[in-house]
Design a binder for this molecule. Structure first.
Ligand code: ATP
Length: 319
């Protein structure tokens, strides 16, 4: 292993830059040459590859987004696209690739591994939905963004004695909604992993009002339904008027939290170590606060599991 490359792919996540920096600096520290691939797999197909030096990744650890830019590439999903990507890796003398992204990006890396390019994957997505790791890069920052929004909305909810429904991202995973709901003191949290009982939601709202509660915060994960849909159901079924807030893409941006910078640095450096050891088809992650490596194929064996103990706790604390 003499020369490696790094790319970011799929949805951007705060901390991707810190991971790119770690890969580049650790590779150079280990005596490897390192290149950056711009615009994810599409850029790989098009040969958008440049050598990176220590200084190329200066002043990025605190920045959101990704300096390598990201893309979703339909062409790379085809065998022809993957062949072109392999040819570019060969033309540029690249012996191994670090892929920073979500599970779709990991699937792409698995294909390249099968074609003979050693790949190591670093999990980065605000959804925290990758099987095998407890934390993905970007989740903590997005969580803090959501908490900040909940706190602000709560001020209005209290002043005007209103019920607010806040819709958060997460695709099919409820991690962001659950953690934000627990940390933000939400009265009700709706996640895709749990069956939604509309009568229970209404009962909680009504009994809260009967107890003298003047406001309420409901967090709904985008994988369940939209905030507007839920507002309509509550209004129709119980005649309760609510206000909605859809947080949207602000959840993906911003300067990464200290925690995301730290895990990005750990994951990025570990990815280089693993590649240097000659391993391939490996994912990096965290288990019990230890940085671990595991088989990339395990990511697709089963879907990521939510911590249901935490869900139970959120219910107990929001009676
Ligand atoms: P996020 O979770 O933030 O959306 P992601 O990595 O899951 O990130 P995707 O759009 O699913 O985002 O995947 C990124 C890219 O990876 C795709 O545009 C495609 O080029 C490649 N990819 C995804 N799935 C496959 C697959 N099955 N085979 C080959 N390449 C794939």
């Amino acid at each position: 292993m003499k020369k490696i490359a790094v790319l970011t792919s799929g949805g951007d996540a705060p901390g991707m830059n810190a991971a790119v920096r770690a890969v580049v600096r650790k590779a150079i520290y280990e005596g490897l040459e390192v290149a950056g691939v711009y615009n994810g797999y599409q850029g790989l197909i098009e040969g958008k590859i440049e050598r990176l030096e220590l200084g190329s990744v200066g002043d990025i650890i605190q920045r959101g987004g990704t300096m390598l830019r990201s893309a979703r590439s339909a062409e790379f999903r085809t065998p022809e696209g993957q062949k072109k990507a392999m040819q570019q890796l060969k033309n540029n003398g690249i012996d191994g690739l670090v892929v920073i992204g979500g599970d779709g990006s990991f699937r792409g890396a698995l294909e390249l591994t099968k074609l003979g390019c050693p790949c190591v994957c670093v999990p980065a997505t605000i959804d925290n939905d990758i099987n095998g790791t407890e934390f993905t890069i970007g989740f903590d920052t997005a969580l803090n963004t959501v908490i900040d929004a909940i706190d602000k909305i709560r001020d209005t909810a209290t002043s005007h004695e209103r019920t607010f429904i806040i819709e958060v991202m997460g695709r099919d995973a409820g991690d962001l909604a659950l953690w934000a709901g627990l940390a933000g003191g939400a009265e009700t949290i709706l996640i895709p992993e749990e069956k939604i009982e509309i009568p229970t939601i209404i009962d909680r709202l009504v009994s809260g009002t009967d107890r003298g509660k003047k406001h309420s915060i409901i967090i709904v994960a985008e994988g369940v339904m939209t905030a507007a849909e839920l507002a309509e159901i509550i209004n129709k079924e119980a005649g309760i008027e609510t206000r909605i807030s859809v947080l949207g893409h602000i959840q993906r941006g911003g300067s990464p939290s200290a925690r995301d910078r730290v895990i990005a640095s750990q994951y990025g450096a570990k990815a280089v170590e693993v590649l240097k050891e000659g391993k391939s088809g490996v994912a990096i992650g965290m288990k019990n606060y230890d940085v671990i490596e595991y088989n990339l194929k395990d990511v697709f064996e089963q879907s990521d599991e939510l911590d249901m103990k935490m869900y139970k706790l959120s219910k107990e604390l929001s009676i």
